[in-house]
Write a protein that binds this ligand. Structure first.
Ligand code: SAM
Length: 286
């Protein structure tokens, strides 16, 4: 009998997850990454960049729906969205479901991630790269926001962890520029790691964001692929009302938008802003 091929994630020191690999579908050095895509029985197809698991077929909907519909439905009148990163296309697919949007700008650093994910994860983007509202740019996200002078209602940073090419997307300069690009009442959200294993990410973000926005907090949800407990999403806006839209109003916006979701519900949206005490303390003491 052949030995099983095992893929060990290398994101956290001394703690991790592994996958039994059915087949390796793609494994290559791209412009920025060591990109691996493989088939597993447990979570379907899996993509890793430099040894860190990015997305899996089975649970991607949780992350993508929560990172997209929470800011868009909280805003309620968004027309223009900027996505930074997101090469697998999952955020784009969810953003494109919002028919009221007039433009979607996406800035991804590595064209190969987009190309390979369209090949091996066709359901992530589900055709959204052909959406006529999309302006796609292959560029570093920090460079893009430095040079950009457009205004956006919602900015979503679907980035890798703060090491390597993704590190700049957690910098003060990036946050300051995103704040400058937000239209009045605009909302910025970003994946901010799993605080139980990456506690510094909460305090670093609050400290770096603090002088630029009035309301900087987090909402959370459990995504099985991102091990170690609930994942945190940073929420930054000058619109202090956006976080506390009533359940009835969220339900109305959700129904009006005609969204089909598998994870997001207005009640989960509201509940996701309830933070455990240790996160509240990390935010308060940052
Ligand atoms: N959901 C994942 C997670 O939490 O691990 C991340 C998703 S993955 C799609 C992140 C994307 O960000 C990748 O496609 C990567 O190429 C892109 N990216 C990383 N650094 C970037 C940068 N500086 N500018 C633009 N895109 C970047």
């Amino acid at each position: 009998m052949q030995d099983k091929v095992i893929y060990y994630e290398t994101l956290h020191q001394g703690y991790g997850q592994y996958f039994e690999v059915e087949h390796v579908l793609f494994e290559q050095r791209t412009e920025q990454w060591h990109l691996s895509i493989f088939e597993t029985k447990s979570l379907g197809r899996v993509m890793a960049l430099n040894g860190a698991i990015q997305t899996t077929e089975r649970d991607e909907f949780i992350y993508h729906e929560m990172l997209t519909h929470v800011p868009l439905l909280a805003h309620g009148q968004a027309k223009k969205v900027l996505i930074i990163g997101g090469g697998d296309g999952g955020i784009l697919r969810e953003v494109a479901k919002h028919r009221e949007l007039t433009s979607i700008t996406m800035v991804e650093i590595d064209a190969s991630v987009i190309e390979m994910c369209q090949t091996y994860f066709p359901n992530h983007s589900a055709g959204a790269f052909d959406d006529p509202r999309l302006n796609l740019t292959i560029q570093d996200g920090l460079e893009f926001v430095r040079q950009c002078n457009e205004q956006f209602d919602v900015i979503i940073s679907d980035c890798t962890d703060p090491v390597g090419p993704g590190e700049v997307l957690f910098s003060s300069e990036f946050y300051q520029n995103c704040q400058r690009l937000l239209a009045p009442n605009g909302i910025f959200v970003a994946q901010n790691g799993v605080p139980f294993l990456q506690p510094d990410e909460i305090s670093n973000t609050v400290r770096r964001m603090h002088s630029y926005v009035t309301d900087c907090t987090f909402y959370m949800t459990a995504v099985p692929t991102y091990i170690g407990g609930n994942m945190a999403f940073v929420w930054a806006t000058d619109n202090q009302m956006a976080k506390s839209v009533s359940l009835d109003e969220l339900q109305l916006r959700f129904t009006r938008a005609g969204l089909a979701t598998r994870f997001y519900t207005p009640a989960l949206h509201q509940a996701s802003f309830a933070l455990p005490a240790y996160i509240q303390q990390a935010v308060a003491s940052a």
